[in-house]
Design a binder for this molecule. Structure first.
Ligand SMILES: Cc1cc2nc3c(=O)[nH]c(=O)nc-3n(C[C@H](O)[C@H](O)[C@H](O)COP(=O)(O)OP(=O)(O)OC[C@H]3O[C@@H](n4cnc5c(N)ncnc54)[C@H](O)[C@@H]3O)c2cc1C
Length: 512
């Protein structure tokens, strides 16, 4: 019998895994082993705020793609997910947004209301100048050197009459940066804890399946240095592999829908249809325009921009590229259903655009469509089949909201305050519904916020219970974006950190 390697084995050093590793190992009486499939977060593009699109498709990205989306004219869309220390928080756009209070309250789950979660998001928030800079919390800051065009966008929102009072409103983003450097969950939580003798972090350690004996998760099978090994957990295995890989790992381990598992010859340990289901994502339509003057970072004289960034951590390369946002209730009532995100690039991708441009991204905040993550029958150990079910809701609400969003984006782009940044308006005015629908289907893509595939709930069909324990097994939890039962009207890093902060307290409260 192999010896126990740690009390807690955490799978995945992403937003949630870093929080858990730091919080659990703060108790010297508990040992923690954190396993990360990717490597260390050393590449310069991680720290440099404007460079993250260059990590897409690299070894720092799982580089998933969706299956063909009928709602998007049969297109497949790229789905980057971080694969390094910090996970997606090491390749993301660094925006920190709290969920709306109603987001959590709508879950209707005891212990998970906004009131219950407020102390946890507060504990996670620390502005650069706060008193205790060594505390393991995300460092948040304003952008150091926002583009002058961003003031134009905010003025245009005012000119367009966008609402200014909460929960609607517009403003510059707050970012997970520390003195002009990206500050991922690995920077804020994990690195301050790595010297603890009771915390071991292994990179290049891909967990292949969970070891489950007599209904108890006892450890994991991992590929480490090219070899398969079994690593044991004395107390718990905690899966924090993200909204794609957490359900995939449960499915490969026999927790899921028998109709999917039996044909793959995977023994069914827990019959649970919900594993991989309930997939929700924020879909957005980029409404872009070329700019008559320089605006996109690093295009003109990239060497001068690099010198400025490296010497002072300022200049265009300290931008996160998506510098401001607006939340709008497009039907005039209720919580916001749309976000406008101001980007100072004509498109976001690994290839640096060769022209200056700006984008107002129309983001569907509360999608009605749902999808599913499945194992690929042709290669169950390989990349899962991701079907976000974009624009598949039978009532067509999602398409209608995005149609309103594109009209709104055009309205903002056409205001006088943006005149000097927009060469030609991208959408004809007035555009008919059919024309807008074609545009949405042709251009919409992911804002990288998948959630819900290991849904938490009090009902017997939920994947995890209200303490995030996998129902039907002992010694196994899931803690990451996959447990959110509903997608929040916010960018998903902060809500994931918030949930992980509370999960850590729940685990620590259980007697050793
Ligand atoms: C390009 C991009 C831009 C984004 N922009 C923003 C933004 O600006 N603001 C915001 O709030 N949110 C943003 N997000 C979303 C946000 O980053 C995620 O919602 C959040 O990081 C999810 O955290 P997580 O812990 O669920 O998963 P992740 O952070 O993805 O962590 C999962 C970790 O598990 C590891 N892992 C997976 N499988 C295994 C395995 N089998 N064995 C070992 N390790 C494994 C992964 O490599 C990864 O490190 C963005 C995401 C992306 C990809």
């Amino acid at each position: 019998m192999p010896v126990a390697t740690a009390d807690y084995v955490i799978v995945g050093a992403g937003s949630a895994g870093c929080v858990l590793a730091a919080r659990l190992s703060a108790d010297p009486g508990r040992s923690v082993l954190l396993l990360e499939a990717g490597g260390p977060d050393r590449r310069a593009e991680v720290a440099m705020p404007a460079a993250y699109p260059r990590l897409f498709g690299s070894s720092y990205d799982w580089a998933f793609r969706t299956i063909r989306q009928p709602g998007l004219g049969g297109r497949r869309t790229a789905w980057p997910r971080g694969r390094t220390l910090g996970g997606s928080s090491s390749i993301n756009a660094q925006i920190w947004t709290r969920s709306l209070p109603s987001d959590y309250d709508e879950w209707g789950l005891p212990g998970w209301s906004d009131r219950d979660l407020l102390p946890y998001v507060q504990r996670a928030e620390q502005m650069e100048d706060d008193e205790d800079p060594t505390a393991p919390r995300p460092h948040l800051s304003e952008l150091r050197d926002p583009s002058p065009s961003t003031a134009g966008f905010l003025a245009a929102c005012r000119e367009a009459g966008l609402p200014e009072s909460a929960p609607e409103g517009f403003g510059p983003v707050r970012v997970t940066q520390n003195h002009g450097r990206r500050w991922s969950a690995a920077d804020s939580y994990l690195k301050p804890a790595t010297r603890r003798p009771n915390l071991t972090v292994l990179t290049g350690a891909e967990v292949l399946r969970l070891l489950i004996e007599d209904g108890v998760a006892t450890g994991v099978e991992v590929r480490l240095d090219g070899e398969r090994q079994h690593l044991r957990a004395a107390r718990e295995v905690i899966v924090s592999a993200g909204a794609v890989n957490s359900p995939a790992l449960l499915l490969r381990s026999g927790v899921g829908d028998p109709e999917q598992l039996v044909p793959l010859s995977i023994p069914v340990l827990v019959d649970r249809l919900a594993v991989g289901g309930n997939l929700a994502d924020h879909l957005y339509v980029p409404v872009s325009a070329d700019s008559p003057q320089p605006v996109s970072p690093g295009l003109d004289d990239p060497q001068a921009a690099a010198r400025e960034y490296l010497s002072r951590r300022t200049g265009p390369l300290s931008s996160n590229l998506a510098e401001a946002l607006a939340f709008v209730a497009t039907l005039g009532a209720g919580p916001p259903d749309l976000e406008l995100l101001w980007m100072i690039v004509p498109e976001l991708g690994p290839e640096q655009a060769s022209r200056h441009g700006v984008t107002v991204a129309s983001v569907l905040l509360k999608p009605a469509s749902r999808g599913r993550v499945r194992l690929d029958p042709a290669d169950p150990a390989g990349p899962p089949l991701i079907d976000p079910g974009y624009l598949s809701d039978p009532e067509g609400q999602d398409l209608a909201t995005l149609r309103r969003g594109v009209r709104l984006a055009r309205r903002v782009l056409s205001r006088p305050a943006l005149q000097s940044w927009v060469k030609q308006l991208p959408v004809p005015d007035p555009a008919g519904d059919d024309e807008l629908d074609r545009l949405v289907r042709a251009r919409a893509t992911t804002l990288y916020h998948p959630t819900g595939t290991c849904r938490m709930g009090a009902d017997p069909d939920a994947v995890v219970d209200l303490s995030l324990r996998v129902r039907g097994l002992r010694g196994l939890r899931v803690v990451d974006a996959s447990v959110l039962p509903e997608i929040p009207r916010a960018h998903t890093h902060a809500p994931t950190v918030t949930v992980a902060e509370r999960a850590a307290d729940l685990i620590l409260a259980e007697s050793p």
